[in-house]
Design a protein around this ligand. Sequence first.
Ligand SMILES: [Zn+2]
Ligand SMILES: [Zn+2]
Length: 374
Amino acid sequence: MATKRDYYEVLGLSREASEAEIKRSYRKLAREHHPDANPGDPGAEERFKALTEAYEVLSNPQARRAYDTYGHQVPRAGAGSPGGDPFGGFQDIFEAFFGDRSFGSFFGGAGTRAPSRGSDVEVEVDVELREAAFGSERKVEVQVVKECSFCDGVGGVESRSCATCGGEGMVRMVRESLIGQMVSTQTCPTCRGRGSIITVECKNCRGSGRISEVVAREIQVPAGIEDGMRIRVPGEGHAGDNGASSGDMYVKVRVKEDPELMRDGDDLIHRLRINFVEAALGTEAEVPTLEGATGVRVEPGTQPGAALTLRGEGMPRLRRRGRGDLKVVVDVMVPTRLSSEQRELLRRFEAASGEETYNGGADSFFDRLRSIFR
Ligand SMILES: [Zn+2]
Ligand SMILES: [Zn+2]
């Protein structure tokens, strides 16, 4: 274990320092070295703990006398004390000293509660496929808790200073321990840290300082958004405590299914139904796209499950350039109700057919399906 630094040295004080000087020096240094004030500095916690330990001992007259006499080799307390550590375990001191251990409540100045950020709020919005494709503006309404504008969130229009804490918002609790009295600072239970007591309640919020209201916001649905994605609207959630920032609003976008265009990531799939004669002889057909109908050529001998790809006719890629494809999958209808005349024609067709009639259509049906869904 490294040699412990002298407590006076840690606090930058002489051995003759007064109680007030000890306190002043500690407050100043603790602020400077608090881990919350030094994010990313791994040494801050150690320095801060050393400061607090030094202060804990020197601010206590009995412990200070013992330290002045024995230095760090303070004699262990009597056999009756389990563990025998005269300082009762450092962590205990740390927690006792800081009460709820919140930086904000201790250093926050005269009587403010630790500010806490407001909660987020989520709302759902349904959009059509075409709105998801090209983006749209939507108005959403959401119920949020806001700070009462009438009393600025205080809850009252008149107040007086809290007598329990003298307007400080914090009270010092003294308890006895092995090293004598131990002082901890806690949020004042009477005013709950506010430092003041409301004498005339705000009528607008009935003293709560906050009101629930429906707010309407215009949001921009970005082109290419997928079902279930959330859009964040910063600062539009519930109000925070004691001036802390509000939460965020999240708009969850539900993209409705389109009866004609099925979405597969950035691609779209359309099922084109043609009859077996059209499949055999070829045909011109009309297919829907995001922008409207367009004509496609179905070649003679097109097989069931064959796909025609219309490049760039799919969904715009979210926050990227370009678009996916539209895949037109051919579904071939086979007649189910034939007249005797039609049956006769088909029999004559069959009699005139041979193996070569079907040549070229022998690739796997499943391979064709696989080419549709990548
Ligand atoms: Zn108080
Ligand atoms: Zn109010």
